[in-house]
Design a protein around this ligand. Structure first.
Ligand code: ZN
Ligand code: MN
Length: 472
């Protein structure tokens, strides 16, 4: 039997307004090199100043995960040369790490942490048409690095750990963790041994995994590759490997004979200073609920496991749901809107709920009107969409766009009669008991009047069809 031993180093970009050591805006998607200054460009003589909000976010995470905080905040220079690192070093932590220990509950296990530290991100290289160019908007963005103990044993377990870390970061307000923007990246270490052996074979590292699926596949691939090598009696070497997602395999990038020498030295431009105890106590007293507590709360409100996991994906979604429920809305109805149409509008508008901060009162109003039947079907969806996109209140949108459900019975009957008269074959089919015909007629009706409540209209179509056959 061969056993795999897996550890992860997870980097999360903190969603602070400004960068770690300068006041440049911390924002994804701006034109290249527009969010830079002498500090993050590494120009001589520029002096860094730490971002207190970034420190606070990491302290929050450390406290929530039960890690032990260092008494002082201290930074070191980690030297390496890379074109996206203009200073020639990264400001990180090595002598005094911000927090050590702690653990992350994953399912019925608890994965231990080695430490958490604070550092800055590098820029980004883009390879375009045979040329490499560099964008330094990301240089100096605050990062928390979370280093697990090598306590995981499968790709599925590594994935579950990374997913859980993502939820902690979301719900403790460290960042809006948008995977597609590379906010969360993991380096993985994999080694194997025969069960019962003390010593591990040399490990491989795979860097910069930014999707859960890729991480799981890469771990599984590596465990398999290394196990086969051992069984075949082939030597394993310490290597850094890349992941080819298309081919579904890792490939050799470089062999390591010795540990990298980063020539760490104390950062002379940032004096160390003690963490204020009263401030830490204050943060500890106001920790938001972590994923486990939130999961329990949402389940108690009656959410299905599927709805629960979509709501939990974002802090903004779960807060909206809890606020709507507090204002008296049915939580299950609220979850249906959030998971369905609201998630769609988030996607289509490119504006996440965290950016939009949609007021719970509007969601409550939507649910109330649908309950009463004054807003229905496509009209209700349209009202949500427009109020979200245009930052208008739901009632304003309904009034101004004339989206209220058709409540005039005579007007509804007139429209239905028109549709029935225009589709005599379908009417005959319906009377002969073919239910498909009802869907067709309803579709025709909705094309005429988008604000019809489909539930009540369906019944009315049936009645009118019977009436007109009786009358003819
Ligand atoms: Zn800057
Ligand atoms: Mn790092």
């Amino acid at each position: 039997m061969i056993e795999a031993v897996i550890g992860l180093e997870v980097h999360i970009e903190l969603g602070t307004k400004t960068k770690m050591f300068c006041r440049c805006e911390n924002r994804f998607g701006a034109p290249p090199n527009t969010l830079t200054c002498p500090v993050c460009l590494g120009l001589p003589g520029a002096l860094p100043r730490p971002n207190q909000d970034a420190v606070e976010r990491v302290v929050r995470l450390a406290l929530a995960l039960g890690a032990e905080l260092a008494p002082v905040l201290e930074f070191d220079r980690k030297h390496y040369f890379y074109p996206d690192l203009p200073k020639g070093y990264q400001i990180s932590q090595s002598r005094t790490i911000l927090a050590t220990g702690g653990s992350v509950p994953v399912g019925d296990r608890s994965i231990g942490l080695h430490h958490l530290h604070l550092e800055e991100d590098a820029g980004k290289l883009a390879h375009l048409g045979g040329r490499a160019s560099v964008d330094l908007n990301r240089a100096g963005v605050p990062l928390v690095e979370i280093v697990s103990l090598p306590e995981m044993h499968s790709g599925a377990e590594a994935r579950a750990f990374m997913e859980e870390i993502r939820l902690w970061a979301e719900h403790l307000g460290l960042a809006e963790v948008r995977m597609e923007q590379g906010v969360l990246r993991a380096d993985l270490n994999v080694s194997v041994r025969r069960a019962g052996d003390e010593t591990l074979h040399p490990r491989t590292e795979v860097k910069n995994m930014n999707s859960f699926r890729a991480l799981e596949r890469a771990v599984t691939y590596e465990v398999d590759r290394q196990s086969r090598a051992i069984q075949a009696g082939e030597p394993l070497l310490q290597e850094t490997r890349g992941w080819d997602d298309q081919a579904g395999r890792t490939y050799l990038q470089r062999r390591k004979e010795t540990a990298d020498d980063y020539r760490y030295m104390p950062e002379p431009d940032l004096p160390s200073y003690p963490l204020n105890e009263a401030w830490v106590v204050e943060i500890a007293a106001h920790l938001p609920p972590g994923p486990a507590a939130l999961r329990k709360k949402l389940a108690e409100l009656g959410l299905t496991p599927e709805a629960l996991s979509v709501v939990m994906e974002s802090r903004a979604r779960s807060q909206l749901l809890l606020e709507a429920a507090e204002l008296g809305a049915d939580p299950v109805a609220a979850a249906q809107w959030i998971v369905g149409d609201l998630a769609r509008v988030e996607r289509e508008s490119g504006m996440s709920l965290a950016e939009r901060t949609y007021p719970a009162s509007d969601l409550v109003e939507l649910i109330r009107r649908v309950d009463q039947g004054t807003l229905a079907g496509p009209g209700a969806k349209r009202a949500l969409e427009l109020s979200y996109r245009d930052r208008r209140t739901l009632s304003a949108v309904v009034d101004e766009e004339g989206l209220a459900a058709l409540s005039d019975q005579r007007e509804l009957d007139r429209l239905i009669d028109q549709v029935l008269a225009a589709n005599p074959v379908a009417v005959q089919d319906l009377l002969a008991g073919q239910e498909k015909a009802l869907g067709f007629l309803l579709g025709q009706l909705m094309r005429q009047a988008r604000n019809v409540d489909p539930k009540s209209a369906a019944g009315r179509i049936r009645e009118r069809a019977k009436a007109c056959s009786a009358g003819s």
